[in-house]
Design a protein around this ligand. Structure first.
Ligand SMILES: [Zn+2]
Length: 428
């Protein structure tokens, strides 16, 4: 038996010391983790003082007559003219979920009436407001529609905070940092372009869906995403257009399957950097089922119904009995249908862009994944065969961007490849 000496702690004491150290370590680990999480959650929304031209107005909900708001910090509500309707949480408790309803002259929030066509909810730092269970940075606007039968919910958010909710929604957040940075610059350019082109004519700039860019608010954020956004802060893509340099619609899509598409054939607009390039990089990144998608079938009746319901010009053709490829791009790697001829029962016909046709037949875009297909009539069904790629194919191929990043290319190299002739510049 080993003899205890005075400087060696007894077994019981050793146990006590061990337990103490373990709890100390656990405590610091726990504090560290919770501390990180807490820091992340309460991080002050950046760039709140940035100029209005770099705020993005995101349509969160349209034509609704009810929603819920969750505010965890002190907040105030102003009307459209900036007049304060309530100065603080005088009428509502912190953390309370507020029920917003439509009234004749405006809104009712948790039983309290506000006679105003517009209300803006501004929470104090960290400037986060919940809408129907999801949290968003910036401010929330409730705007009565002209018929006063419904209202829109719009998130006013600084561009960088908006992008933090977009990048991780549009690209897996564990992807290479350079791919995430390329995504951040492309998404920033795209949203500022859409804001500039369409924002003046409406009360919002972008939707939160894939119709523009998917935006998830705080749910889409992560440390990697914030790093990509911060590392590229204010950087956008420019190109020469009619002799002058300006931003352009830097479209991007998931998997081009060999060659990106010229935007003219897909969206009708023409920009040098959107001419289409060969892409050997997405094949090893994309899932096989996304690179080659399985045959999709829709009944003739369903296709006719969807087309005639969506386009008045096609409705005039009566029942649609024929669908033909009218034009397609012919790249060595693949071709996409860029124009579809639609024929009615009496022989009259009309045309649709390939991408419009695809999203009318399959609005989700998850079955008819691209316009790289062959159309065949199988019995009473239209069959879309030999499908390749996912998305419209214009601009940056996201899987290709990840492939390039894995091969050691930088964000600048990736963007220069997919948007040839474009230049990166910092606008704020
Ligand atoms: Zn590709």
């Amino acid at each position: 038996m080993k003899k205890a000496c005075w400087w060696c702690p007894s077994r019981a004491l050793k146990g006590a010391i061990f337990s103490f150290v373990v709890s100390l370590v656990s405590l610091s680990v726990a504090t560290g983790l919770f501390g990180c999480k807490a820091r992340e959650l309460v991080r002050t929304t950046p760039h709140m003082d940035i100029g209005p031209e770099y705020w993005v107005r995101v349509l969160l909900a349209n034509d609704v007559n009810r929603c819920s708001l969750g505010v965890e910090s002190i907040f105030h509500i102003t009307d459209g003219a900036g007049r304060t309707m309530i100065p603080d949480t005088l009428f509502f408790r912190d953390g309370e979920v507020l029920d917003v309803r439509l009234t004749q002259g405006g809104f009712q929030i948790s039983g309290r009436s506000f006679e105003s066509e517009r209300l803006i909810v501004v929470a104090s730092k960290p400037h986060i407001v919940g809408v129907d269970g999801d949290k968003y940075r910036g401010k929330i606007e409730l705007r009565l529609n002209p018929d006063r039968q419904s209202f829109d919910v719009i998130n006013h958010v600084p561009a960088e905070a908006y992008l933090a909710g977009v990048v991780g929604a549009e690209m897996p957040r564990h992807w290479e940092p350079e791919a995430l940075k390329a995504q951040a610059i492309a998404a920033r350019t795209y949203c500022l372009f859409i804001k500039k082109r369409f924002g003046r004519r409406r009360n919002w700039d972008v939707t939160k869906t894939a119709a523009n860019q998917v935006y998830l608010g705080l749910k889409g954020e992560s440390r990697q995403v914030w790093k990509a956004v911060n590392d590229t802060a204010g950087q956008v893509l420019f190109c020469k257009q009619d002799g002058a340099e300006d931003i352009f619609p830097s479209y991007y899509s998931s998997t081009c399957a060999g060659h990106t598409e010229n935007s003219r054939g897909v969206f009708g607009d023409s920009y040098g950097p959107l001419c289409g390039v060969t892409c050997p990089y997405c094949r090893d990144v994309a899932k096989a089922k996304h690179f080659f998608w399985p045959m999709a079938q829709y009944s003739k009746e369903e296709v006719s119904k969807k087309l005639t319901e969506s386009y008045s010009s096609i409705r005039q053709l009566g029942t649609i009995t024929g669908i033909e490829v009218a034009r397609q791009s012919e790249y060595e790697e693949l071709s996409r249908v860029t124009k579809v001829k639609v024929v009615g029962a009496d022989g009259k016909s009309d045309w649709l862009r390939g991408e419009d046709f695809r999203l009318t037949v399959d609005p989700t875009g998850n079955t008819l994944r691209s316009t790289s297909f062959k159309i065949v009539l199988l019995g009473d069904n239209w069959a879309f065969m030999s499908g390749r790629g996912w998305g419209h194919g214009v601009g940056m191929c996201q899987c290709g961007a990840e492939g390039m990043a894995r091969a050691g290319h930088t964000a600048t190299g990736i963007l220069g490849y997919y948007y040839p002739g474009a230049r990166i510049a910092r606008v704020y």
